[in-house]
Design a protein around this ligand. Structure first.
Ligand code: GDP
Length: 172
């Protein structure tokens, strides 16, 4: 019988400062640290979730500063089933470089990787530099879904991780 995988490796990618570590921290511990140092972000965290009554362990790999080298170590995405690609809605540049991260994942990552594009810092709506429609169109063009989040105000963070895990194929 087809079942949810017992473990899901999920990678989170995007420019430095977009809020990757904050999203992971919010998802895993329901907290937010306003002055987190971007390079000190936890490189690895896990959380046990329930999907349709089944227990699944989500192992989350944060880039922990690798993004500065503009390329990812293969061990980082090896065996990954899901990826969250994050940009900051108040920083247009971070949306531009997102495409590079996605290309790298699509070229070198697992074939059936499920991708979610996340526009973070939605609480800073007044400083928005990228329209939601534009990001949505981009996500659609790569066969991904798009969501807007705030790690600070806890907007759609659980939903982001859970709905991505829902998309991971069942195993027999
Ligand atoms: P990373 O380098 O991508 O892991 O980014 P961090 O998680 O370290 O966050 C970078 C900075 O943005 C930190 O000062 C965070 O407190 C801040 N930050 C992260 N998420 C949000 C958010 O949703 N809203 C706001 N206003 N600030 C955020």
């Amino acid at each position: 019988m087809a079942a949810r995988p017992r473990e899901i490796k999920l990678v989170i990618i995007g420019d430095s400062g977009v809020g990757k570590s904050s999203l992971v921290l919010r998802f895993v511990t329901q907290s937010f640290k306003p002055f987190s140092e971007s390079t000190i972000g936890a490189s690895f965290m896990s959380k046990v979730i329930e999907l349709d009554g089944q227990t699944v362990k989500v192992q989350i790999w944060d880039t922990a500063g690798q993004e500065k080298y503009k390329s990812l170590a293969p061990m980082y995405y090896r065996g990954a089933a899901a990826a969250i690609v994050v940009y900051d809605i108040t920083r247009r540049e971070s949306f531009g470089t997102l495409q590079r991260w996605v290309s790298e994942l699509q070229e070198k990552g697992p074939r059936d990787l499920r991708i979610m594009v996340a526009g973070n810092k939605k609480d800073l709506e007044g400083d928005r530099q990228v329209a939601a429609e534009e990001a949505e169109a981009y996500a659609e063009s790569i066969g991904a879904r798009y969501m807007e989040t705030s790690a600070k105000d806890d907007m759609a963070v659980q939903d982001l991780f859970l709905s991505l895990c829902q998309q991971v194929p069942l195993v027999s």
